[in-house]
Write a protein that binds this ligand. Structure first.
Ligand SMILES: C[S@@+](CC[C@H](N)C(=O)[O-])C[C@H]1O[C@@H](n2cnc3c(N)ncnc32)[C@H](O)[C@@H]1O
Length: 213
């Protein structure tokens, strides 16, 4: 099930690609070639805006792939002094490629690269974050609630990709572990008194969860 009609999806994509950074365009091409799921420019633009709106200084990414979404975060921090970003992926090759792209973009010095299980690495990285972005395997989404709630500052944002899962969340016959993982996570976030949540129909559905207590 498509989230948007084809023509509307194309219209939104065209807007999102306007004036695209050449390095992001190159990464976008590699993702298409490898059929690797990146957030794409629609979500990338939102991530950029969020950093600027919040004046975010500390960001933790769970599931960074080869660094496309992280580059949007890093571009938003350019000229912002001390900001730092933690990039994580369970695949070493992805992390190495992310660092190569970020070196070319001139943003690698504000980024810490960690290979392994993002949930574990978030727990052992000291301090609170302004933004935590989650894009790991969907069946693991329910695990992040208890970890993330302790690591976001009050007023901080948890941003979670793929909450609509191409519409599968609304199909009662879809009982894949990934779909169930997203449903359980979504239910937990919406019933939590610690977060104010909304689901933005940007690309594949973006959860925005603000820590309110
Ligand atoms: C959808 S891709 C991330 C794309 C990236 N956010 C972007 O838009 O550029 C998901 C990535 O998460 C990694 N991954 C999945 N589960 C993970 C986990 N628990 N911890 C760390 N990485 C994980 C996978 O290796 C994969 O590269």
């Amino acid at each position: 099930m498509a989230i948007h009609q084809e023509a509307l999806g194309a219209y939104l994509r065209e807007r999102a690609l306007t004036g695209e950074d050449p390095l992001l365009a190159e990464m976008h091409e590699l993702a298409a070639e490898r059929r690797f799921p990146i957030v794409g420019p629609e979500v990338g633009r939102f991530l950029f805006q969020l950093v600027r709106m919040m004046n975010a200084g500390r960001i933790f990414e769970m599931g960074s792939g080869f660094g496309y979404s992280a580059l949007w975060f890093a571009r938003a921090m350019e000229g912002a002094g001390e900001g730092e970003i933690y990039v994580t992926d369970s695949d070493k090759g992805n992390i190495q490629l992310a660092r190569k792209y970020h070196l070319r973009a001139g943003v690698a010095e504000r980024i810490t690269y960690l290979t392994g299980y993002a949930q574990d690495m978030l727990q052992v990285t000291p301090g609170l974050f302004d933004i935590i972005f989650c894009d790991i395997d969907k069946e693991q989404y329910p695990e992040i609630y208890d970890i993330v709630r302790k690591r976001l500052r009050i007023g901080g944002a948890l941003v979670v990709d793929n909450l609509l899962w191409s519409g599968a969340v609304a199909d009662p016959e879809d009982t894949r572990a990934s779909t169930e993982g997203i449903r359980v996570f979504t239910e937990r976030m919406w019933s939590s008194p610690e977060f104010a949540s909304s689901l933005l129909p940007v690309r594949d559905g973006l959860g925005l969860h603000i820590k309110i207590k």
